[in-house]
Design a protein around this ligand. Sequence first.
Ligand code: NAD
Length: 504
Amino acid sequence: MTQTSVQTTHYVPADLPTSIRHFIGGKFVDSVGGETFDVLDPVSNQTYATAAAGQQADIDLAVAAAKNAFDNGPWPRMLPRARARVLHAIADAVEAQDARLAELETFDTGLPITQALGQAQRAAENFRFFADLIVAQADDTYKVPGRQINYVNRKPVGVAGLITPWNTPFMLESWKLAPALASGCTVVLKPAEFTPLSASLWAEILSTAGVPDGVFNLVNGIGEEAGDALVKHPDVPLISFTGETTTGQTIYRNCAANLKGMSMELGGKSPAVVFADADLDAAIDSTLFGVFSLNGERCTASSRILVERSIYDDFCARYAARAQAIVVGDPHDPKTEVGALVHPEHYAKVMSYVEIGKTEGRLLAGGGRPEGLTEGNYVSPTVFADVAPSARIFQEEIFGPVVAITPFDTDAEALALANGVKYGLAAYIWTTNLTRAHNFAQSVDAGMVWLNSHNVRDLRTPFGGVKASGLGHEGGYRSIDFYTDSQAVHITLAPVHTPRFGGN
Ligand code: NAD
């Protein structure tokens, strides 16, 4: 089916780096053994840079630098206000260069430029939020009158290993860097190998803002090499991971040997449930944005839409017409709504699901490469209706601009469909019936629920999934909890009545 609107230009930002290096102990360095990997841009699929491919030796150096900065440097010992000032300076720097950050991110990832700009601004907001949080932070104290005072002595855990995926990489890195640094940890970041460009920009931003050498370390590389070495390193007591569920399971096993702290933000197959009494115009806008924004490469994408049967035909027709009119093309064009998928390997995966979908559902829009876009990882926004819950496109995370629509007759059936997958990240409920909305929200298997809204998140709220979508919640003070140990200190206020062993 023909996409009605495509943008065929290909913008290349000025002054693109041709080599992307590690950043260890305050210096840009190559891999000890000189290993590199190619970095492609998703519009031409040509190599535009080589990146240092970290190995065990590089991780060892980065962890040693981070451990030295933690054990001997000022960062963990600074007053919260002093660290907060540095974090605000980072946010200022990100905001000041948001346009440049966005154009580099767009070039590397294929995300539409307007959305990459929003992600850069959100990255700045993450730093501001955690700067404010640590200054305002209170900890538990308990008094037992006349006998005891107990208080929590919050301590940064040490060297945090941060492993991030390629979707919205700069923003997701900020999501881990900001609370880890705010807490006083030092870090080793291993960004995704498909998209290393924006991660390398953190080095200068953080150093200029006043982060001491060795506090922030970056090692690029392949997951099974650099990522694996970081996960298994004995001097890294905690790992914050965002990525695929299967990778998370591997990391979980590998953390067991050292009993590391872990936070896992994993895959999703989130339902949007549209009841007949919903504001249909708003539901259509939101469910389109929910799955086609960020190219559908979004963990919280509403990639399954469950629609009450009495409005099903109308919903499908209107939804498909809008999907077909989505502007696909050059990610740098501000009119573009869906850009190019991140990498040819991922494009092949998404396209294979499009073909599977043609055997599992009724194709209403898209279904392949848009006409007129002969190169690059472009997929037309693709809509399948009448998708059975047993279908692979209903069950499996596609992570692209592909949506499955399924009808339901009763609230109970809608809930069973919503919960009938292994994932449990987000859910979006569309109804004007308040009682139904709250009851559904409380019964649905999802770490996060939006009622009559797409994904708009207050940074104070918990973020995370249940079932195969993750382990632990970050967000707000929970992130600080993850990067710190809450040591309990007990002080006696009165003579202690100790049983006198051996004192008969
Ligand atoms: P991925 O799991 O392939 O890779 C994520 C990171 O893990 C990369 O840096 C990779 O190099 C590294 N890695 C891979 N194997 C490793 C290993 N054995 N040891 C250590 N590190 C290893 O994921 P991806 O394809 O980059 O990202 C897409 C996935 O991320 C999707 O499933 C998406 O739902 C998920 N995601 C989840 C959230 C969330 O908050 N729940 C947010 C964004 C993305």
